[in-house]
Write a protein that binds this ligand. Structure first.
Ligand code: ADP
Ligand code: MG
Length: 276
């Protein structure tokens, strides 16, 4: 039976300021979704809230996986419940290799009742699996011996992320692709990686305004966030439309959401790059 991640009427504030104002989103295992939206619309806020970041206060609404209340779970329990967030471990961890890190993560996800200090999956078995995954993704195995994220290029960070996804096989992956700094190599790694991994047992939400990210892995659904709400949902053509025309058309169509946006951050529009 395929699982369903449901976000219902989600309201989230940051430092007392309401950012998300009733987000509804349903993702089934096997579905590819993309979330787009202008700068400051709350895309990352949604990702942080799903991860359980302490600075993001849930004011109202529900997030469930097959009825299980995700919002009550600690971040590590969320991972065990099948939720994966790409930026869970964004910082460099000197002294911990990517392989070492993955061995812990894989052990914990496969054995949800494991206590800290209990045995990890056997080294030999893990190495074999790790090499198989790296090989099938076409990654250089040297990457696994590097310290996690230390001096990783954009492309290497993305490879590490895709490798995690490939080995952890979460039911739902939320990938917040802050587009700045993603070189074309990284964009290709992510898009091809996701295209390979999305399957009947994985639902993916890619947060982006990079249309190219969606090139290799055509999402089944594209959502646009504006003024703290998902105002429009469509297919791949919606991503093309936004890419071609910017958000002007969407704002015209949803004046109330546009007004909310203006209220949230009056200076934002000056900073936004013009539509390409
Ligand atoms: P997006 O990812 O869509 O660009 P964000 O979720 O990062 O948008 O930000 C949405 C709004 O929340 C912005 O107005 C931003 O300034 C505000 N915000 C996000 N995180 C914080 C924070 N830690 N402290 C204060 N304001 C924040
Ligand atoms: Mg963001």
């Amino acid at each position: 039976m395929s699982k369903t991640l449901k976000i219902e009427d989600l309201h989230v504030s940051v430092e007392g300021k309401p950012i998300l104002k009733g987000v509804n989103l349903t993702i089934r295992q096997g579905e590819g979704h993309a979330l787009m939206g202008p700068n400051g619309s709350g895309k990352s806020t949604l990702a942080y809230a799903l991860m359980g970041h302490p600075n993001y206060t849930i004011d109202r609404g529900a997030v469930t996986i097959d009825g299980l209340n995700v919002l009550e779970l600690e971040p590590d329990q969320r991972a065990k419940a099948g939720l994966f967030l790409a930026f869970q471990y964004p910082t460099a961890i000197p002294g911990v290799t990517l392989a070492n890190f993955l061995r812990h993560a894989v052990t914990n996800v496969r054995n949800p009742t494991r206590k800290e200090g209990e045995e990890l999956i056997p080294m030999r078995q893990f190495r074999k699996e790790l090499n198989e995954h790296m090989e099938s993704l076409g990654f250089d195995t040297a990457l696994a011996r590097r310290y996690l994220n230390e001096g990783f290029s954009g492309g290497e960070k993305k490879r590490a992320e895709i490798l995690q996804l490939s080995m952890l096989r979460p039911s739902f992956a939320i990938l917040d692709e802050t587009d700045s700094g993603l070189d074309s190599d990284a964009v290709r790694v992510v898009s091809e990686g996701i295209a390979r991994l999305v399957g009947p047992d994985m639902g993916v939400l890619v947060i982006t305004h990079h249309e190219r990210l969606l090139e290799y892995n055509k999402p089944h659904f594209v959502h646009v966030l504006l003024g703290g709400r998902v105002v429009e949902t469509g297919g791949g053509e919606l991503a093309h439309d936004v890419h071609a025309h910017g958000y002007a058309k969407i704002r015209e169509k949803y004046p109330e959401a546009a007004a909310e946006e203006e209220e949230m951050d009056p200076k934002r529009r000056e900073l936004e790059p013009a539509a390409r």
